[in-house]
Each structure stands twice: as C-alpha cells, then as structure tokens.
Design a protein around this ligand. Structure first.
Ligand SMILES: [Zn+2]
Length: 397
C-alpha cells in the first residue's frame, strides 16, 4: 500500500509510467527497502535493478526473483508491484529464519515491462536475455520523442552494470493472474506452465472512395462491407477452431473518415493468440485466405501484414515442479494455468529455467484502477515464491 501511494490515482489505481518521476520515486523507495534488508543494489545500463543476497557458494549462479514497478497509464496497484515486493519479502523471511542457500538470490525490478510509454513491452528483460540489442532498447522513444536512454539519465538510473551476458541459475516471478480463471475455479495458486503465443497484424481493405448519395449501391466498391465480411468470418473461424483461440480487433479506421463518403480504405488491427504455435499458423492462414477470398468476391484489394510475433513459451519443468511442490506442501488449492498475457519471464526462459506463480485478482480485472487482490492470496503467493526459490537456490524448502 505504501508503494501504491506513489503515482496513486483518485480512482484507487496507480499511474507510474516507466522512467517518469513517479517511477523514480518508486525505485528510490524500493532501493531504500533493499538496502535496509542488507541487499547489495546494482543497476544495469537499461535501469534494471538487482539486489543481491549472497549464497554459500560465492561462484554459484543466482536465482532471479522479481517483476516490475512500472504501470499502465491508469493501472492497478498489484500488476508487477506484487512480484517485486514479494521477492523482498522472500529474502527478509530467509534472513529472519537464518536460512542460507547455496546459490545467491537476486531480487529484480525490470525496466519498462508494460511498454506503455516505450513500446514494445518487456524490451529491457528482452535485452537482458539477448533477444534485443541494448542499443535497440536505449533508442526506444515515447510519444513526445524522448528516448529511453535520455529518461534513464534524467532520473539517475542509467547504471554501469552491463546488461545480461551472465549465467542465471533460474528465474521466478509472482504475478496477479489478470484473468478470471483462478477465481472462477476457486483456486488460490496458479502454477503457470507457459505463456500463449501472439501474432499482431495490420490489415487494409481497399475499395474506391465515392459520394454517399448518387452512386448506385451495385456499382460501389465499398471497403467497409469487405472489412465487415472478413471480420465476421474471422470471428467464426476463431470460435470454431477451439476454446483456446483468441482474437481481438482493437483498432478500426476508415479513410477518409467522413460520414457522407464511401471510404477509400479500411484499416484494422488483428491480435491472434493461442497456446499452440501450430494453431497460430493455421489461424494465420485462415486470416490471409479470408481476406483474399472476400476481396476477390467484392472487387476489393486486401493487404495483410504481420508486424509482431511472440512464440508460445513453455516454462521449465524444474520451475513448474518447484512451484507445484511448494504450493502442495503449504496446502494451497492450485491448478495449472497458461498465461494469456506477456511477462518478463517470457524472455528469461530463453537463458535459464524460468517459472511463474499466479494469484487471483477480483473479477479477473487488471490494467485498470479497480484491480484488487486479497491479503490472503498475496500471502499465499509469497509463501509459494519463498519455498520454490529456496528449492531452486539449492536449499531445503
Ligand atoms: Zn505485469
């Protein structure tokens, strides 16, 4: 609740965009808590913050535990912050119990997870994992043209530590589910087995601009009719594929947008998601053939451009097993879940065994000021994180 005061909004959420003054204040508070807990804080060139709790074996690779403190423009109090603060709770609990682990534990706060200010999302954990060049991340711009590098310098978080390039024993992240499945099933712990793949497209249907009145309907080449037919059939194709297929059309625009003109073209975005990459390949083909068929039928021209692809990620059996065992030993109700949303752990799985723990959020609502969780679920998630971390760090859970 203290962290949620930084950037708090009147409707009970937070607005803590990456590298804003609010993000700096949140980082300063976190750093003060880390230092009070005896953690050695380092910051890398992308502002990713690490707090080290040494292990018994000083040469052993660390277990990374954390999440992110940045938020959506009108975000909630728990998306990201829960995982960062629970990681601190893990090391404080180990200290209080006098427990040492063979592997070091490094708590982490990833920069710009949301990608809301500097798209795309997760670029700094991605660079840590070698998925992007560091320069690519440094040159990302916000809507006003300020770069990630400039803003890191401005808030004093362009650190000296090189980004990534080191061995990691394993990575764990506690996060709110951001969906309704755990709550509907009355389960406390989601054992996250992976993150579904996503493909993003820009689609254009071209027709012919003309006056809304004089031209007979039969002679028009109206791209809105084409877009409507494509979308209706695409929704049917996704519905008929299986229950795991997801489609969202978040942006639609006509050009020129004038009420008494048949538009020259219609642009819309398509977000397709599925836990199986093969399914996305099939749905990709459906989208393309639908656009071709409908535009041929209607004397229109279609163009489908894929602009982003995030393959399906399956988390390491070792981490899934550690989470399942911890939850079971602590007596929490649990179920396996596949994440519908992206997380920093997606990239970490490329360089080390990675895993995630979900706890329910009220109504499945997230990326909203009304986001809410119970103290009991937060405690359960932190307990599972503690025991799974100890196991991966070579200790006795
Ligand atoms: Zn998040």
């Amino acid at each position: 609740m203290e962290m949620a005061r930084i950037g708090s909004t009147p409707a009970g959420g937070v607005s803590r965009l990456a590298l804003s003054d609010e993000d700096r204040a949140a980082r300063e508070l976190l750093r003060s808590w880390w230092e009070a807990a005896g953690l050695r804080t380092t910051v890398d060139e992308l502002g990713n913050m690490f707090g080290l709790r040494p292990g018994l074996d000083s040469d052993a690779e660390p277990v990374l535990v954390g999440s992110h403190l940045d938020s959506q423009p009108t975000g909630g109090r728990f998306d990201g912050a829960l995982g960062v603060l629970a990681a601190l709770e893990v090391v404080e609990s180990l200290d209080a119990a006098g427990v040492a682990t063979p592997h070091p534990i490094e708590v982490v706060n990833w920069t710009n997870e949301e990608g809301s200010r500097f798209p795309p999302a997760m670029a700094c954990s991605g660079a840590f994992a070698g998925a992007f060049d560091v320069d690519y991340a440094l040159e990302l711009e916000d809507a006003s043209g300020r770069t990630l590098a400039e803003e890191l310098t401005r808030i004093g978080y362009r650190g000296a530590r090189p980004v990534g390039g080191r061995g990691i024993r394993a990575s764990l992240e506690l996060h709110i589910e951001q969906g309704p499945i755990l709550e509907s099933a009355s389960k406390t712990i989601g054992v996250v087995t992976g993150v579904q793949g996503a493909r993003w497209y820009n689609v254009r249907i071209e027709g012919e601009a003309t006056h809304a009145g004089p031209v007979p309907m039969s002679r028009r080449r109206d791209p809105v009719r084409g877009a409507a037919r494509v979308l209706d059939r695409l929704y049917e194709a996704v519905r008929d594929y299986d229950d795991d297929a997801h489609l969202a059309v978040g942006e639609i625009g006509t050009h020129p947008a004038s009420r008494n003109t048949v538009p020259a073209h219609v642009d819309f975005t398509v977000d397709l998601r599925h836990p199986e990459d093969d399914a996305l390949t099939v749905l990709d083909a459906s989208l393309r053939s639908l656009v071709t068929r409908v535009t041929d039928e209607m004397a229109l021209v279609g163009d489908v451009r894929q602009i982003w692809h995030s393959p399906t990620v399956r988390f390491a059996p070792e981490c899934i097993g550690a989470v399942r065992a911890a939850s079971g030993a602590l007596g929490y109700s649990q179920m396996d879940v596949f994440s519908g949303a992206g997380h920093d752990s997606v990239y970490l799985q490329r360089i080390c065994p990675a895993g995630m723990i979900f706890v329910p959020c009220a109504g499945g609502v997230s990326h909203a000021e009304s986001e809410s969780i119970t103290p009991e679920d937060a405690e359960a998630g932190a307990n599972v994180l503690l025991h799974a971390t100890v196991q991966l760090a070579g200790g006795e859970p």
